[in-house]
Every structure is written in structure tokens, then in C-alpha cells.
Design a protein. Structure first.
Ligand code: 8YV
Length: 326
């Protein structure tokens, strides 16, 4: 019997390629070429499965051009690169990679919050530039973390991980807003109180964004929302570019509407809004919240196991839609 053919769309751990090659005819992209949509379609000809990493757009046009395709396995918990409705309509299974990155990503969210509030990047640049000549009482004085009010917008698994770190590790008061309120036991484990978005913006000393990107969450934080925040507040985005209006944020940071921002994700990344690059009060990182090698390997293994589970055994581990395999 012919083995199913799959495509691995980006460079990946060699051991993942070896694992997939035990089951499939594998075409991989270890040169890490960033394929255009037509090139991706060409690469997908005759393939039943594709291993994606979060940046590859899977939409109706691609699906129509790739009739053999049965599954797209994303090595990311976020899946805004998938048009899920189009995939369901085409009978193509979508899977993501949840859970395995939760704690690593929550660690990073907290690290970015601390770096931002305590002005670590800005003060390090100052030191490296040879500008540190003497002590001063207010030199890089920032905002406290301990005892402050931590606001979380989007209280899924990663949001809950950040809430626990704040409440249990730093004695923070945790408030959150989410599409739906958590059950009482989860709220109690996170020591988090549910508030309206309005109250969250108004009350948080530090606001961390951990919500999925969708048409509804596009520019959830824009000029109007930033204006409602405390002037001393910090904003952290580890969710997705596009949730924050980056141009409005740059203006707010420049004008002192809020104190500082920590951003791991950007509108149109890897491009960064040019004004953000010029501002001292923003910490910028290149979408690395899940980037530890053990976690990235676990994410890759989960994506691979979804391909194997579905194409070999008909049992995907973390499906996002319900489709039957013809
Ligand atoms: C990925 C992420 O590395 O899982 C996610 O949703 O944002 C990251 O962990 C990223 O999506 C790769 O494109």
C-alpha cells in the first residue's frame, strides 16, 4: 500500500522529520524557504497532510487547489492562520498544539511583564551605551509588581498560568475579563475576580493580553481603551498581533498615556511599527513566548502525533473541527 504523503512547511527538529518518515513519504523544508501561497499549493500537490507552524495561511483558495489534503496540523496553540469554516466545508481536519506550551508561555508572559514594569531593557541599553556614571534616587524607577493589581484579558490556560504566578508568587490582586466567566473552583485556584472590560482597563496596574485573535478581538486595545488605563500602567501582549492597534499604542507610549509596554507579537510581524522601535518605554521580543527547546519539541511532537493519529489511525489528539475522512 502506498504511504500517505505529507509536507512539513518550515524547518523543524530532525527527530520530528525522522518520526514522520516512519509513517509517511515526507517532503520537508529544512532550508526554511518562506513559500508564497502559489508555491505552497505547488508543494502540497498530492499531499494528504501538512505540518504547519502558525504562519501559513490555509484558506478556501488553497483548499480548492489541494483536493488531496485531509489534515493541517499546526505546531501552535493559536490557529488564526486557519480559516476553520473553509476547512470544515472542505472536509479538512485542523489540529493545534495546546497545553504543552502553557507553563512556558506563562513564564514568558510574567518575565515580559517584569522586564517592562521594572524597565530592564531600557536600563540595560543605558548601561551598555556607557551612560551610567552615578547613582540617582529615581534612576529607572519603575512600577512595582508585588501587591499590584494584575489584569488579564483572555483567561484561557495561559491566562490562568499567569494569574497563578501573580497571585501566589507575587501577592498580586488578580482581575480578569473573558468571553465567559470561569467556574468558581478555577477562579479560586487562580485567586482571580471576574470584572467587565471597562473595569479591567480602569483598575489594572499591569494588563496582560492572552486572548485568541479573531475578527472580534481585532484592535481590542486601541486609542479609546488605552485612554481608560492608568497613566502608570503597563501593557503586555503575548497573544497575537492585531489585538493591539500598534500605531495607537506607539502614540500612547510617546504621550505618556500609559507608562510602558512589553510586546512579543506585532501587527504584520516580523515587521514592527517603526515608531515602536524608537521608543524607550517598550520591550520588544520576536514572538518567542513558547520558545524553550523542550516546549518547542513537545509542540512539534504533538503536531506530528496529530498527523500520524489521523492519517494512520483516524484518531487525532487535538482536533479543532469535526470532519470525517473520506
Ligand atoms: C508559536 C504561538 O511559536 O502557539 C502559538 O499560538 O504563538 C507560538 O507558540 C507561533 O505561533 C509560531 O508561529
Amino acid at each position: 500500500m502506498n504511504r500517505p504523503q505529507i509536507l512539513i512547511a518550515r524547518a523543524i527538529f530532525p527527530e520530528i522529520i525522522a518520526k514522520l518518515a516512519q509513517h509517511f513519504e515526507v517532503t520537508s523544508n529544512q532550508d526554511d524557504v518562506l513559500w508564497t501561497q502559489p508555491q505552497m499549493i505547488e508543494q502540497l500537490a498530492g499531499k494528504q497532510g501538512v505540518f504547519t507552524t502558525g504562519g501559513e495561511r490555509i484558506d478556501a483558495a488553497l483548499l480548492a487547489a489541494c483536493p488531496a489534503l485531509k489534515i493541517c496540523a499546526n505546531m501552535a496553540v493559536g490557529y488564526n492562520n486557519f480559516d476553520l469554516d473553509a476547512m470544515t466545508a472542505a472536509g479538512v481536519l485542523a489540529t493545534n498544539a495546546p497545553d504543552v506550551l502553557t507553563e512556558t508561555t506563562a513564564d514568558f508572559g510574567f518575565a515580559l511583564l517584569m522586564a517592562t514594569a521594572r524597565r530592564m531593557a531600557e536600563s540595560e541599553h543605558f548601561l551598555r551605551a556607557g551612560l551610567w556614571t552615578r547613582w540617582r534616587y529615581d534612576l529607572f524607577a519603575g512600577g512595582d509588581i508585588h501587591g499590584a493589581t494584575l489584569g488579564i484579558l483572555g483567561m484561557g490556560r495561559i491566562g490562568q498560568g499567569i494569574a497563578k504566578r501573580g497571585a501566589h508568587g507575587f501577592g498580586m490582586k488578580v482581575i480578569y475579563h473573558n468571553r465567559s466567566r470561569l467556574d468558581a473552583a478555577t477562579e479560586s485556584a487562580c485567586q482571580a475576580s471576574y470584572v467587565s472590560k471597562e473595569e479591567l482597563l480602569k483598575t489594572a496596574d499591569h494588563l496582560v493580553l492572552v486572548l485568541p485573535y479573531s475578527a472580534q478581538s481585532h484592535h481590542a486595545i486601541g486609542a479609546a481603551e488605552l485612554a481608560r488605563m492608568k497613566p502608570g500602567a503597563t501593557l503586555v501582549n503575548i497573544a497575537r498581533g492585531g489585538i493591539v492597534d500598534d500605531a495607537a499604542l506607539a502614540t500612547a507610549l510617546r504621550d505618556g498615556v500609559i507608562a510602558a509596554a512589553g510586546l512579543d507579537v506585532f501587527e504584520g510581524e516580523p515587521k514592527v511599527h517603526p515608531e515602536l522601535l524608537t521608543l524607550p518605554n517598550v520591550v520588544l521580543t520576536p514572538h518567542i513566548a513558547s520558545a524553550t527547546l523542550p516546549t518547542r519539541l513537545a509542540m512539534a511532537n504533538l503536531a506530528a502525533d496529530n498527523l500520524i493519529g489521523y492519517l494512520i489511525g483516524n484518531r487525532p489528539l487535538t482536533p479543532l473541527n469535526a470532519v470525517g475522512r473520506s
